[in-house]
Design a protein around this ligand. Structure first.
Ligand code: C2E
Ligand code: MG
Ligand code: MG
Ligand code: MG
Length: 272
């Protein structure tokens, strides 16, 4: 942290920083407009179960259709939204929109919404989730929220209580990008997660890296004893799919099964 502060301070005086700050400011102005002008849209990527690729739900992934710049991906605007506090309205939009959409899907399909760690700083988060469920009429167990390990950093009790409140509503909680943080295993002790999503870097590596495969194996083994579901993220080919099945993964997500798409293009109930 000290190192990063030092670097920030250095950057503060560099011409590059002015450029970066200016750019961020422009994105911020644009992003405010994006929210009011309805330029943000959710795309949905299928999550499948078993060898037949039955679709059991979708993850909602945000896209920005900029009137001039075209399609902008989350990594190019979520960080700005987090820095500026716009993540709260953006996040509320995602929750409301995803629940509204999912309410029209078959009742055995769920929707997963990503929550930024920043959203946990807003005490209204639980109320927002409740409102999204109520307005849409979606059964709470059909909503899943995806969080990353940073939400639990330093055993943050406030955030753990918030997660517990969400769980009490009936919402499912998934730990996203698992394996990429620092002390992954200890986080499983701080909260009873419903699901773990193995980060896609392990999946893309598993055919060449014994280490990645070993880690996948350890995660699936552990999840069996803890009774937590495992999703393999970023499955791109049939070899990975087969291997992951052998390793005991039951849920899958990746380009092999389908790319994120606008809701009107979803081919519902289709196997890959
Ligand atoms: P994530 O939650 O881990 O989502 C999975 C990312 O992997 C998505 O990137 C998805 O398009 C991509 N992906 C899926 N299958 C494959 C595959 O087979 N191969 C490869 N290479 N990639 C695959 P995307 O849509 O660019 O989103 C990136 C990140 O942005 C997400 O990572 C999530 O952390 C964040 N994000 C997206 N939408 C939202 C949102 O509504 N709210 C918040 N707070 N964050 C969001
Ligand atoms: Mg996710
Ligand atoms: Mg992920
Ligand atoms: Mg990710």
């Amino acid at each position: 942290v000290a190192k990063r502060n030092g670097r920030d301070r250095y950057e503060h005086f560099s011409p590059e920083m002015d450029e970066a700050a200016r750019k961020r400011c422009l994105v911020e102005m644009d992003l405010r407009e994006a929210i009011t002008q309805h330029q943000l849209r959710l795309y949905y990527q299928p999550i499948t179960q078993g060898s037949q690729g039955e679709i059991v739900g979708y993850e909602a992934l945000m896209r920005w259709h900029h009137p001039v710049k075209g399609l902008i991906m989350p990594l190019d605007f979520i960080p700005v939204a987090e820095e500026t506090g716009l993540i709260h309205s953006l996040g509320a939009y995602a929750l409301h929109e995803a629940c509204r959409e999912a309410a029209s899907w078959p009742h055995d399909q769920s929707v997963a919404v990503n929550l930024s760690p920043m959203q946990f700083k807003n005490s209204a988060l639980v109320t927002t989730v409740e409102a999204a469920l109520k307005e849409s009429g979606l059964a709470p167990h059909r909503l899943e929220v995806e969080i990353t390990e940073s939400v639990l950093l330093d055993n943050n009790m406030t955030n753990i209580h918030t997660l517990q409140k969400l769980k009490n509503l009936g919402v499912r909680i998934a730990l996203d990008d698992f394996g990429t943080g620092y002390s992954s295993l200890s986080y499983l002790r701080s909260f009873p997660f419903d699901k773990i999503k193995i980060d896609k870097s392990f999946i893309s590596d598993m055919q060449d890296s014994r280490e990645s495969l070993a880690i996948i194996r350890a995660i699936t083994g552990m999840s069996r004893s803890l009774d937590i579901q495992i999703t393999a993220e970023g499955v791109e080919n049939v070899e990975q799919f087969k291997r992951l099945q052998e390793e005991g993964c039951s849920l899958f997500q990746g380009y092999y099964f389908g790319r994120p798409q606008p809701s009107e293009l979803l081919l519902r109930r289709d196997a890959p």
